[in-house]
Design a protein around this ligand. Structure first.
Ligand code: PMP
Length: 446
């Protein structure tokens, strides 16, 4: 009404091109593991809105809790007053933390904002400025968060200079070291830690270094679990020099990897942890968690934000935390994970497909398959695909899956397809998606 344009035309002519989109249609409905579009087409959702709707779309208890909060109090504003769901969420999260020292919370809206707050906290708490991040990392699109993001140039192209004082080391991912996929994780860990020693000796002295920021399972950089000895090595360096270890669990947190937080698999203690995505199953909410004696170094007013820790989002997150327990989500993740890996290994054992698969990896329901393209531009298969080479194989597989009713995403600058389905997905739904994926890969390599 008014513009004379259809909704599709409004999207085409009046929304920025700066957003890349997997599908062109208009999503109208989401229920459990499925979404529906305005043309009536239904898709099985292996994206979970990029790791957000972990309990499936419109989980009844989460939606109910949010609806009730909507009719009670929508907005309290964190600089004006606490609201009940804020504190109820703190109570739930205290019981989920990977280490008891993580006992002080600040909630924001997005992962990027929480990363900004984590950097601010590390700088104020240490009185130092510099940050060390990982090559391949993704921490968000705001200026501080994009300064510590190194997974694709598109995230920063044309926007320099970003926040200064950022240094980087290679993530223990074979691509980042120019090594073959068969390289043992322990070797990758020690190579990355050696680079850390070099950076601290040659580029930023520990006395100037406030924090090391790391995703315990590299997300947008390719779905690579960090070897536990790497994370332990970072902890040791941080302990030795009084550097803060910031662990970004935005994508890997909230049961995604079969434990509440990926860092639990290694037993390493973060100084600061960042959470978002699955926390509120689709309502915007993120958090920064640290030790009370550290967060108390921030003077009142240092942190804030109009919508930070919104009451409806917090009420949804309380319901998410309760549902995780009531519905045995961790067990489902572990069981479905085994089936997902088995399906990928069975695909890899197909002799027609095997030459195009470089790697199958991940943890829980955060899993990836890395391809090398058939008929690449140079004519021969190349395991050392450079970042930004044409992502033929991964993109063709994804396109075929979407055509067949499965929403699925690539990740990283390499040929990687990621599996990030709802954590309460049923065995039947998982099998259905993996069947579509398997057929798509076979069709593409034919
Ligand atoms: N950190 C990680 C590990 C992420 O995966 C993301 C989002 N993909 C972010 C931070 C940024 O979160 P947001 O998009 O909510 O700003």
């Amino acid at each position: 009404s008014g513009s004379g344009l259809s909704l599709h035309q409004l999207g085409q002519y009046h929304v920025t091109n700066g957003i890349g989109r997997l599908t062109e249609g208009i999503m109208t409905k989401g229920q459990g593991s499925y979404v529906e579009y305005d043309d009536g087409k239904r898709y099985l959702d292996f994206t979970s809105g990029i790791g957000v709707t972990s309990l499936g779309h419109c989980h009844p208890k989460v939606s109910q809790a949010a609806a009730e909060q909507c009719l009670t109090l929508v907005h309290a504003q964190c600089s004006i007053a606490f609201h009940k769901p804020y504190l109820q969420l703190v109570e739930r999260l205290l019981l989920m933390m990977p280490h008891p020292s993580l006992n002080s919370f600040f909630f924001w809206n997005s992962g990027s904002e929480a990363v900004e707050a984590a950097i601010k906290l590390a700088r104020v708490a240490t009185g130092r400025q510099n940050i060390i991040c990982m090559q391949g990392a993704y921490h968000g699109r705001t200026f501080g968060a994009s300064a510590v993001t190194r997974s694709k140039t598109i995230y920063s192209e044309g926007t320099f200079p970003l926040m200064p004082g950022v240094f980087s080391i290679p993530y223990p991912y074979w691509h980042q070291h120019g090594l073959p996929p068969s390289t043992p994780p322990s070797e990758l860990a020690s190579k990355s830690l050696y680079q850390l020693d070099l950076v601290l000796a040659q580029q930023t002295t520990p006395r100037d270094t406030a924090a090391i920021i790391v995703e315990p399972l590299l997300g947008e950089g390719g779905y690579v679990p960090a070897p536990p000895e790497f994370l332990q090595g970072l902890r040791d360096v941080c302990d030795k020099h009084g550097i803060m270890l910031i662990v970004d669990e935005v994508q890997s947190g909230f049961a995604r990897t079969g434990k509440y937080f990926m860092i639990e698999h290694s037993g390493v203690r973060p100084d600061i942890m960042v959470i978002a995505k699955g926390l509120a199953n689709g309502f915007p909410l993120s958090g920064v968690i640290s030790r009370k004696e550290l967060t108390d170094k921030l003077k009142p007013g240092t942190l804030g934000g109009t919508y930070a820790g919104n009451a409806v989002s917090c009420a949804a997150a309380v319901a998410v935390a309760d549902a995780f327990k009531q519905e045995n989500i961790l067990t489902n993740v572990q069981e479905r994970s085994r089936e997902l890996f088995a399906a990928l290994e069975s695909l890899r054992s197909d002799p027609d497909v095997a030459p195009y698969i470089l790697d199958v990896r991940g943890r829980g329901l955060m899993v990836a398959i890395e391809f090398t393209s058939p008929n690449p531009p140079g004519g021969k298969l190349d395991p050392f695909i450079k970042p930004d080479s044409p992502k033929m194989m991964a993109q063709r597989v994804v396109k075929t899956c979407v055509k067949e009713g499965l929403l699925i995403l690539t990740t990283s600058a390499y040929e990687v397809v990621r599996f990030i389905p709802p954590l309460n997905i049923s065995p039947e739904e998982l099998k259905k998606g993996m069947d579509i994926f398997t057929e798509a890969v076979k069709a593409v390599v034919k």
